[in-house]
Design a protein around this ligand. Structure first.
Ligand SMILES: Nc1nc2c(ncn2[C@@H]2O[C@H](COP(=O)(O)OP(=O)(O)OP(=O)(O)O)[C@@H](O)[C@H]2O)c(=O)[nH]1
Length: 215
C-alpha cells in the first residue's frame, strides 16, 4: 500500500462519497475525526451526531489523488430523518460496530437491510469495521476478530478492526475502501466521466473479504 506524500498541485482523479453507518456510540464520529484531523476527543467531549455530519479530505492512494466527501450519520433512530438522501450516490459504505458491545455487531444485519433498501447501486463498496479494538487490553471484548471476519466473508465485504483512540487501522480502513472504489470504474466513471489512465488494478481481485487487524 502506498499513501504517498505527493506534490500539492497533483490533479484530483475523482471525488468519492463515503458513508459511515452503524449503531450509536460505535465510534463513527471518532473514526472520522481521527482520519480527517488526526484528533481524538476524550469521551466527555463527544456528543451524539444529530442528523448528519460531513467532512472532506484529499488522499493519495497508489499515486492517484482522490477527494473524499465523508458523511457521518447519526446512529440514533430519532435523528435519522433523511435516510435515502444519505445513501444516494455513495460509492463506499463503512458499517461500524463496537467490538466491546455484541448488540452493535448483531445489529449490522439491520444496517445491511437499510443499505439494500436505500443504496442506489448494488456494487457499492462495503467495509465492516470492528472499532474500539484497543479495549482488548481491558478484557471487555465481546466480538472476536474471527467472528467479525466470518460475518464479513458471508456478506461479501471488506473487514478491518480499528481503534479511533490509538489510530490502529483507521487510515488502512479508508484507504482500502478508496482503493476498491478506484478499481470499480462502473461505480464512478459514469458520474465523473472517464479519465484516461485514472484506474489501476491492484491486489487480489478474487478476495471478497480482506481481513486486516493491526491490534
Ligand atoms: N476505547 C475507545 N473508545 C472509543 C473509540 N471510538 C470512539 N470511542 C468512544 O465511544 C463513544 C462514542 O463515540 P462516537 O464517535 O460519538 O460514536 P458515534 O458512532 O459517532 O455515535 P452517534 O453519533 O450517536 O451515532 C465516545 O465516548 C468515544 O470517546 C475507540 O476506538 N476506542
Amino acid at each position: 500500500m502506498s499513501i504517498a506524500s505527493s506534490p500539492p498541485d497533483r490533479e484530483v482523479s475523482a471525488t468519492f462519497k463515503l458513508l459511515l453507518i452503524g449503531d450509536s456510540g460505535t465510534g463513527k464520529s471518532s473514526l472520522l475525526l481521527r482520519f480527517t484531523d488526526d484528533t481524538w476527543l476524550q469521551p466527555d467531549q463527544t456528543s451524539a451526531t444529530i442528523g448528519v455530519d460531513f467532512k472532506v479530505k484529499i488522499v493519495d492512494v497508489d499515486d492517484k489523488r482522490f477527494k473524499l466527501a465523508i458523511w457521518d450519520t447519526a446512529g440514533q433512530e430519532r435523528f435519522r430523518t433523511l435516510t435515502s438522501s444519505y445513501y444516494r450516490g455513495a460509492q463506499g459504505v463503512i458499517l461500524v460496530y463496537d467490538v466491546s458491545n455484541r448488540q452493535t455487531f448483531e445489529h449490522l444485519q439491520l444496517w445491511f437491510t437499510e443499505l439494500d433498501t436505500y443504496s442506489s447501486s448494488r456494487d457499492v463498496i462495503k467495509m465492516i469495521v470492528g472499532n474500539k479494538c484497543d479495549k482488548d487490553t481491558s478484557g471487555v471484548r465481546e466480538v472476536s476478530r474471527k467472528e467479525g471476519e466470518a460475518f464479513a466473508r458471508k456478506m461479501g465485504t471488506l473487514f478491518i478492526e480499528t481503534s479511533a483512540k490509538t489510530k490502529t487501522g483507521v487510515m488502512d480502513a479508508f484507504v482500502e475502501v478508496v482503493r476498491k472504489i478506484s478499481e470499480t470504474p462502473s461505480l464512478w466513471q459514469k458520474q465523473q466521466g472517464p479519465r484516461p489512465g485514472a484506474v489501476q488494478v491492484h491486489g487480489d481481485e478474487n478476495a471478497e473479504s480482506s481481513g486486516m487487524c493491526a491490534c
